[in-house]
Ligand binder design. Sequence first.
Ligand SMILES: NC(=O)N[C@@H](CC(=O)O)C(=O)O
Ligand SMILES: [Zn+2]
Ligand SMILES: [Zn+2]
Length: 453
Amino acid sequence: MTRYLLRGATLPDGSPADIVIDEGRIVSTAPGAASDGPGTIVIDAGGLVALPGLVDLHTHLREPGFEQSETVLTGTRAAAAGGFTSVFAMANTLPVSDTAGVVEQVQSLGDAAGYATVRPIGAVTVGLAGERLSEIGAMAQSRAAVRVFSDDGKCVHDSLLMRRALEYVKTFDGVIAQHAQDPRLTENAQMNEGALSSELGLKGWPAVAEESIIARDVLLAEHVGARLHVCHLSTAGSVDVIRWAKARGIAVTAEATPHHLLLTEDLVRSYDARYKVNPPLRRDDDVQALREGVADGTIDIVATDHAPHPRESKESEWDAAAFGMVGLESALPVVQTALVDTGLIGWQDVARVLSTAPARIGRLTGHTHSFEDGAPANLTLVDPSDRSVFTLDRLHGKSVNTPYEGLELAGNVRWTFHHGFPTLRDGVLAPADEVAASAASIAQHRIGAQSHG
Ligand SMILES: NC(=O)N[C@@H](CC(=O)O)C(=O)O
Ligand SMILES: [Zn+2]
Ligand SMILES: [Zn+2]
């Protein structure tokens, strides 16, 4: 394997570093200490911030079943372009990822592609139908070793099923990731409920539909003593409920998406379905509350909810259009724009909310996120001085349903290393055949690490 020297990088804590990568691992980070042996590729990392490889706990890769929107290969190319080295693949595929067979298939596709570590999420209920628990134990014990279970796209609404699911995952330290949406309160809902939804004549989606499920679930998690993760918080009230639950010592974690940290419902005035997403874009005071929630640690992570949809699903009229936005390539720029450049968080917090905390919540093994000598080299180099208008050529997945086209965002990902292999090189994706050729050794790393716990 090639040896790399990333010269003049800045670590998240602000300290300078010359990062040497060899045999897929970080050999040293001490400035000046690195000598360029023959065959070392030297990268000028001056002005670039080195972050541990980003980890997305909430990605829709769409394979199997919806390959016209995305595949494991194209979605992980988008991930690498966005600085991600691991993604957790949501279960709303076709067939649904509710059996050991499907989660192992998703994991194998990720291993073969090689652009990022793919960790499948298992469905909580069979077919996401909300009626019977899926084979949670078999998925946990499978080669995919699933630790995160979610019916995302749908809420696990039945209280007894939710209780049983929490009891089940508790036995192996798993977590239920809840899409908190009361189905009865949101029937045919199209956007945030309020003055604007009345004005636009679109059926509203009240904040309480999210907050009431979160309140119930934190109490269930407390009762069972199990871990609960709440997907895509979107309202100020949700942040309050999570803050209350954490103060009470409940084992709950929460995520916010980049789009809910930057965009508001006012965009819906355009009736442009690029802005149609579940949960809906909310008001400015919600955005502010979410930002404060990330800054004070109430919200543990930022997760993309990368949700690719084909053009025809987004070009129809608002009511008929699909919910969802792509988000892997824009995540880091939006986080810098909304949280870092506003002075709310620093780069160490970015490393936490986009890498170490999601890795911990998902019990990601064999993929450490530190700059310690000997750690697997999963890292990304970001240019924080970049200011550029977001364009569709920044996207590398199959779908282009981004809300950021034409917006100026701060920060850009330049390099991504996945287990020592550069998947993104000064902004250019490595060719698929080269990445696939390195994939066997990457899989080897992971299997070795998993068997050690
Ligand atoms: N976020 C969305 O608007 N859509 C997601 C489902 C989901 O995350 O709930 C999708 O799968 O398209
Ligand atoms: Zn969801
Ligand atoms: Zn989702």
